[in-house]
Write a protein that binds this ligand. Structure first.
Ligand SMILES: Cc1ncc(COP(=O)(O)O)c(C=O)c1O
Length: 393
């Protein structure tokens, strides 16, 4: 029945979008204008790079305009907005530069690397071997010296920096140098930190020497769900060739128009937004830690990104806590990673981070019934409904 699907969407929107505090670090909210472009009639049109389909004159302009803003924002020579997601952006990079039997070095999924480029993910699909960066749990980062030695010894063909658990910037400059010395191709998967990079507040992989930066457009970057590729001339040219017709045939122009507007928002508001995201992450981590919640990295200053890690001793324990929190309308993953992108976009600041920490404490430490806490969560969430850091049209 038609009413079934409409009802389910409505129920979701009331619960998750109105009454919950959403702390999933892969998520964000779009401005109303960016979201409304997703339902534009561009969604029903076809294009092809050789202009096989006619009637695309305005779509062609959208593509050119979007790429122009992306290149300026990230200081890239080449940009492409067609990748359908961060995962597909990874595929585009790997398919462009790795061949069967090659070795990929990246952060292991056990250390917070992206599972999609680990054992069961794209390397398996493409017949690529994997090697993990040596990783320091104390520093929550790649061990630079050991990594450069291993790169020299093992001579991987392809190296990807970036991760899913990403608290501190990676040593891009030095790893890039080591990669170049052995002729390995290097890329930076910025899926999680793309909004912080755009706002100039995390690191600038391209300026630090990485020839390619790619990833999602909807985690710390507040665009529609999708992917982006940014690169120097050589890498960008190869990757553009690979995108069509191997990996993306018809591009999704409603999403690309929507992403273009989000890129424009980022150019104008990205710096203030990204600064506040990181300030909020620190404030939330500090407050949680003061409440004796097990926040990782106190000696490191907890985080320099949108993420916070709480270690309850593994996935099973994490899941139990995450389920309790969900009953209190606080939405997290089972990691437990917390993210501050969405709540920042909705206008929350340090003061609200203390309130959120208090809600978590009541559920996890004080063992107050989540059903009791839910009303307070709802009240706080309802005060912050409208995205900020966007144009008032
Ligand atoms: C580092 C990293 N790369 C890629 C992806 C995949 O992104 P998407 O969900 O846009 O496909 C993720 C997903 O969380 C990720 O953490």
């Amino acid at each position: 029945m038609i009413s079934d699907i409409l009802n389910l969407v409505k129920k979701h929107e009331i619960w998750r979008e109105r009454e919950c505090i959403n702390l999933i670090s892969s998520e964000n909210v779009m401005s109303n204008q960016v979201r409304s472009l997703l339902s534009s009639k561009l969604a029903q049109r076809y294009t092809a790079p050789d202009h096989f389909y006619m009637g695309t004159r305005f779509i062609d302009e959208i593509e050119e305009y979007g790429e122009k803003i992306a290149k300026r924002l990230f200081q890239a020579k080449i940009a492409d907005l067609r990748p359908l997601s961060g995962h597909i952006a990874d595929l585009i990079f790997l398919a462009s530069f790795a061949k069967k039997g090659d070795t990929l070095m990246c952060v292991s999924a056990d250390d917070g690397g992206y599972p999609g480029i680990w054992k069961k993910g794209l390397p398996k699909l493409l017949g690529i071997k994997i090697e993990a960066f040596p990783f320091s749990k104390d520093k929550m980062n790649i061990q630079l010296e050991a990594a450069t030695e291993i790169i020299e010894q093992l001579r991987p063909n392809i190296i990807i920096l970036g991760a899913s658990l990403f608290l501190f910037p990676h040593p891009v400059q030095k790893i890039t140098k080591a990669a170049r010395a052995i002729g390995a191709h290097l890329g930076y998967d910025g899926s999680h930190v793309m909004g912080l990079i755009a706002g100039g507040q995390f690191q600038s992989p391209l300026r630090e020497g990485a020839p390619a930066l790619f990833g999602s457009t909807h985690k710390s970057f507040f665009g529609p769900q999708g992917g982006i590729m940014l690169a120097d001339k050589d890498y960008g040219t190869v990757m553009k060739e690979k995108i069509h017709p191997s990996i993306v045939d018809n591009a999704h122009w409603n999403r690309i128009a929507s992403l273009t507007l989000a890129l424009a928002e980022m150019r104008k508001f990205g710096e203030t937004y990204a600064k506040q995201v990181i300030r909020n992450a620190y404030a939330l981590a500090r407050a949680l830690s003061d409440h004796k919640l097990p926040v990782v990295g106190s000696t490191l200053g907890f985080t320099k990104s949108h993420q916070i890690l709480m270690d309850f001793g593994g996935y099973k324990q994490g899941r139990k806590i995450a389920e309790l929190l969900e009953r209190g309308n606080i939405i997290v993953d089972c990691g437990i990673r917390l993210g501050t992108s969405e709540i920042t976009r909705l206008g929350m600041k340090e003061n609200e981070m203390e309130q959120i920490a208090e809600l978590l404490k009541q559920i996890v430490i004080d063992k107050k019934g989540p059903d009791q806490v839910r009303l307070d969560t709802k009240k706080l969430a309802e005060e912050f409904q409208d995205p900020e850091y966007c144009f008032s049209l």
